[in-house]
Design a protein. Structure first.
Length: 72
């Protein structure tokens, strides 16, 4: 499983001690892996948020259209 630099977000090989892009010293590999999992969770949360918002909007607009259609 790849890991990411907490400073610049570069993808790093597992067990990397220092980021080759920004030179940030990385802590113990366990800590870095934990950060990677947290980052994936955070990205999933954002993806869910930005996927749910348009879907909710479409549902609301559709419900509004039905309401207007049947009110006539
Ligand atoms: Zn970096």
């Amino acid at each position: 499983m790849p890991i990411w630099c907490p400073n610049c977000g570069a993808m790093l090989a597992e067990g990397t001690r220092e980021c080759p892009r920004c030179g940030k010293k990385l802590a113990a590999s366990d800590e870095v892996e934990e950060f990677g999992a947290t980052e994936i969770l955070r990205l999933s949360f954002y993806a869910l948020k930005y996927l749910l918002l348009p879907v909710l909007l479409v549902v609301l607009v559709t419900a509004g259209c039905y309401f207007v259609f049947f009110a006539r």
